[in-house]
Design a protein around this ligand. Structure first.
Ligand code: DP6
Length: 402
C-alpha cells in the first residue's frame, strides 16, 4: 500500500496583547490585532502525523490515543488546504481525493487548559501544507481552525494582524522578533489547582461581542496602543514596557469578561492572589521584575528575565507550597516547601534561591498551600518543525496508530 505521510511538531503561544472577539465568526476575523510569545517546543507542543493513501476508506482522526470524530474546524482547515493545493497545482488531483488519517498528541495535559487547540491546529496545518507541497505562509488557514493558532505558525514574538480585507486575506500572522532576539526571556506557567470547567474562549468572546460595550472601547482604543507599545518594547528589549503592557492588556481582557452579561469569571481567588504577589514583588524592587497574563482560565503565565528566575521561583515555592495529600484534606503543616523541586517545577531546569526573608516580611501576602498543581518552566522558542518518518505516530505500513 502506498502511503504518503508527514510528521511535525508545533508550539503553543501565550498572548501578551490578547485576541478577544471576532468581527466575522465564519472566517475567524478578530476585532483587534494581537501579539504572543511562542513557547519552546521541548516543554509543550503538539505532535501530528498526517497520511494519505488510495487504500484508506475514510478520513480518520486519533487524539492522544483515542479515535475521535473529525471536528468541524479540522474539516474547514482540511478543505482550505486542499483548495490552495488545487489552485496552485502543487499535487496531482487524484492524490487530493485520497482519504486522510490524522494522529495527534499533546505533551502537556489538555485539562490544564493550556492553548492545546492552538498548537494542535497549527501542527495540523503545518503538516498538511508539507504533505500537499504548499509553500509560503499558511497562517491564514490555521486562523480558520482557531484564531490563536495562526500565531503558533512562527517562533519568537508574533503579531496576528487585524487585517482590513473582508475575505480575511490580510488577517495573517507575522513574526516581530525571532526567539534569539531576546534569548533571556523566561516563561513560567503556574498551573492552578482547579477542577472546574470554564466557558470556552470561543463562546465567551461571542457573548462579550454581543453584550460588552467595554469591548468596543478595548478593540478601538486600548489594543491599538498596546500593539504599538509592545512592538517597540520587543524590538528594543525594553522589559519595563513589555511587562506593563502585558499585565494591563490581560487586566483589560478580564475587565471585558466582567463587563460581559452575564459576566464571565476566568480568574479565581488564586489567580488574583498571583496578581497581588507579582505587584508586591515589583513594588519591592521598584521595577518590573515579572509580568502575569491570563487566558480563558485561572492559570497564570509569567514572563520574566532569566536572571530573576531563581528569586521568583523561590517566592512561588514559598507562597504556594505543595501539599502532599490535597485529597485527604492536607493542612498547612503538610506543605513541603523544601520538597523535590523537579516534581513541582517541571520543564527547563532552573536554580531556586533560598527565600529572601526581608522581601517576604515586607510583603503583606498570605501563604496558599496547595493552590498550584505544578509550575512549567520554559522559554520563548521557534516555530513548527518537521520530524522524520521515525517519529511518525502512524504505522506507515498500515496507516493506523502504533
Ligand atoms: C484568551 O483562539 O481559542 O487565549 O478563535 O474561537 O478558536 P477561537 O478562539 P481561541 O481564543 C484564544 C483567546 C485567548 C487570547 C489569545 O490567545 O489571544
Amino acid at each position: 500500500m502506498v502511503i504518503l505521510s508527514v510528521t511535525g511538531r508545533a508550539p503553543i503561544n501565550i498572548a501578551v496583547v490578547k485576541y478577544w472577539g471576532k468581527k466575522d465568526e465564519r472566517l475567524i476575523l478578530p476585532l483587534n490585532g494581537s501579539i504572543s510569545g511562542t513557547l519552546d517546543l521541548t516543554h509543550m507542543c503538539a505532535t501530528t502525523t498526517v497520511a494519505i493513501s488510495e487504500s484508506f476508506s475514510e478520513d480518520q482522526f486519533w487524539l492522544n490515543g483515542l479515535e475521535c470524530s473529525l471536528s468541524a474546524r479540522f474539516s474547514i482547515v482540511l478543505e482550505a488546504i486542499k483548495k490552495r493545493a488545487l489552485e496552485n497545482e502543487t499535487i496531482d488531483r487524484e492524490k487530493l481525493s485520497w482519504k486522510i488519517h490524522i494522529c495527534s498528541k499533546n505533551n502537556f495535559p489538555t485539562a490544564a487548559g493550556l492553548a492545546s487547540s492552538a498548537a494542535g491546529l497549527a501542527c495540523l496545518v503545518f503538516c498538511l501544507a508539507r504533505l500537499y507541497n504548499i509553500d509560503g505562509d499558511v497562517s491564514g488557514i490555521a486562523r480558520l481552525g482557531s484564531g490563536s493558532a495562526c500565531r503558533s505558525m512562527y517562533g519568537g514574538f508574533v503579531e496576528w494582524m487585524v487585517g482590513e480585507c473582508r475575505d480575511g486575506r490580510d488577517s495573517v500572522a507575522k513574526q516581530i522578533i525571532p526567539a534569539n532576539h531576546w534569548p533571556n526571556m523566561a516563561v513560567l506557567i503556574l498551573v492552578v489547582n482547579a477542577g472546574r470547567k470554564h466557558t470556552s474562549s470561543t463562546s465567551g468572546m461571542q457573548t462579550s461581542v454581543q453584550t460588552s460595550r467595554l469591548l468596543e472601547h478595548r478593540a478601538k482604543l486600548v489594543v491599538p496602543d498596546h500593539i504599538d507599545l509592545m512592538r517597540g518594547a520587543l524590538l528594543q528589549k525594553d522589559f519595563q514596557t513589555f511587562a506593563q503592557v502585558t499585565m494591563k492588556d490581560s487586566n483589560s481582557m478580564h475587565a471585558v469578561c466582567m463587563d460581559t452579561y452575564p459576566p464571565i469569571h476566568y480568574l479565581t481567588h488564586v489567580s488574583h492572589h498571583i496578581i497581588n504577589l507579582v505587584h508586591s514583588i515589583n513594588n519591592y524592587f521598584r521595577t518590573c521584575k515579572v509580568a502575569y497574563t491570563f487566558d480563558a482560565g485561572p492559570n497564570a503565565c509569567l514572563y520574566l528575565l532569566d536572571d530573576d528566575l531563581p528569586t521568583i521561583l523561590s517566592l512561588i515555592r514559598y507562597f504556594y507550597p505543595k501539599i502532599q495529600n490535597v485529597e485527604e484534606g492536607g493542612t498547612d503543616d503538610d506543605a513541603c516547601r523544601d520538597g523535590d523541586v523537579d516534581e513541582f517545577v517541571r520543564g527547563r531546569k532552573v536554580k531556586v534561591d533560598a527565600v529572601n526573608e526581608e522581601l517576604i516580611n515586607s510583603m503583606n501576602i498570605t501563604v496558599l498551600p496547595g493552590a498550584l498543581s505544578y509550575v512549567i518552566s520554559t522559554k520563548i522558542g521557534d516555530g513548527p518543525v518537521l520530524l522524520s518518518a521515525d517519529d511518525s505516530l502512524l504505522n506507515l505500513e498500515t496507516g493506523l496508530p502504533h
